[in-house]
Write a protein that binds this ligand. Structure first.
Ligand SMILES: *Cc1c(COP(=O)(O)O)cnc(C)c1O
Length: 375
């Protein structure tokens, strides 16, 4: 028996990729920088967004840090845990998930604790459906000279994200929400102040997968000519494709679609009746990336969602995570689902599920209200 020298395998788009060059890697970073309109260094750590989110905290926080950690959903809780693990003193500012934090609340926290030198904030939370006024908060943080860390994973592509204009020192984005990409690609923009904080932090990870300083020393400072290790081609190509598609559509058009989807979902849910209502009370606090709804009293949200998905498995619906599964319905109208069609499908499926529970709903009215709000 002889072994064939030729492979008989068919070519596959994910396999047999040519190595990604340093120049290509740098060009993807530059494209992400343009998307964020930033002059800061953009580092692509080639992992799911949790990698730069954790790496940035471990690099900049230590026992000498006093952090104001704003909690408007589950991610804020995670950041507080990392900060405490780094030895930082953490002041948690928790606001109810149906609202947003205000710049005034941040100002009050600084007045009470003038030693705060680090602020962590989630811009928009897909998990709770709220968005925070980062521009106004940034003004307060800058006045006080604290380092400003922002999780913009759920907001990028759905609403403006402007680290330079807002004075954000560490701005983390991920591709899996409004950018319409896969999970596994993310990036962080880093200000000069943030680099200085890391350089002065003896506990900042070094020679570690979590290390931002490694990327600075081994990649940025060398003029981005040699990569420290083999780049993850699939992830980098996906991120490049993702940014390319946003550039082709126009970032403003992409954010407008998300904003419209959110307005249409909120208007539709209100008109649907059956006791369903927006989870986030005020329109200005509602995230363009995803809309959360409150299940009618006596109805378990996860059961309602399961029933709605039986009538339309393509509707981008999910129940809230953890304890929120009882009361919260998420309409994940982001990425390819930031469309009229996805909003209509979600409202129709929820209407069918509520009607099956014997509740009175007006699906036609809901679709009309959604259509008007979309325009
Ligand atoms: C989705 C999201 C992330 C990324 O986390 P995953 O759970 O891995 O998707 C981070 N931060 C926020 C605010 C998000 O909405």
């Amino acid at each position: 028996m002889s072994v064939s020298e030729e492979s008989t395998a068919v070519t596959h788009p994910f396999l047999d990729l040519a190595p990604l060059t340093a120049a290509r890697f740098a060009s993807v970073e530059d494209r992400v920088a343009r998307l964020l309109r930033t002059e800061q260094d953009v580092v692509i750590m080639q992992g799911e967004a949790l990698l730069p989110l954790e790496g940035a905290i471990r690099a900049t926080a230590g026992p000498g840090t006093t952090a104001l950690n704003v909690i408007t959903g589950p991610y804020g809780q995670t950041f507080g845990n990392w900060l405490r693990d780094c030895g930082a003193t953490v002041i948690d500012l928790a606001v109810p998930f149906h609202t947003a934090v205000t710049a005034e609340q941040i100002r009050e926290s600084f007045a009470e604790h003038p030693e705060i030198d680090f602020v962590s904030l989630v811009h928009a939370e897909a998990a709770t459906g709220n968005t925070n006024p980062v521009a106004e908060i940034g003004e307060v943080v800058r006045e006080r000279g604290a380092l400003f860390y922002l999780d913009a994973v759920a907001s990028v592509g759905a609403e403006p994200v402007l680290p330079d204009a807002w004075g954000v020192d560490l701005c983390v984005i991920g591709a899996q929400k409004a950018m319409g990409g896969p999970a596994g690609v993310s990036a962080v923009s880093v200000s000069a102040r943030a680099w200085a904080r890391m350089a002065a932090n003896p506990r900042a990870p070094r020679r570690s997968y979590l290390s931002l300083l490694d990327w600075k020393e081994r990649w940025l400072d060398g003029g981005r000519t040699a990569l420290p290790h083999a780049p993850a081609q699939l992830e980098m190509l996906a991120l490049e494709a993702c940014v390319e598609r946003i550039e082709a559509d126009g970032l403003d058009a992409v954010t407008a679609r998300h904003r419209r989807a959110a307005s249409a979902t909120r208007a539709g849910a209100r008109a649907l009746g059956g006791g369903l209502e927006p989870y986030v009370y005020e329109d200005r606090d509602a995230a363009p990336v995803a809309t959360t709804l409150r299940a009618p009293s006596g109805v378990v949200a996860s059961e309602l969602v399961a029933r709605a998905l039986e009538s339309d498995p393509a509707a981008p619906l999910a129940a809230g995570g953890g304890a929120l599964a009882k009361e919260m319905i998420r309409v994940n109208h982001y990425g390819v689902d930031a469309t009229r069609g996805a909003v209509r499908a979600s409202l129709s499926a929820l209407g069918a599920a509520l009607a099956a529970k014997g509740l009175h709903v007006d699906v036609e009215g809901a679709l009309r209200a959604a259509e008007e709000a979309w325009r």
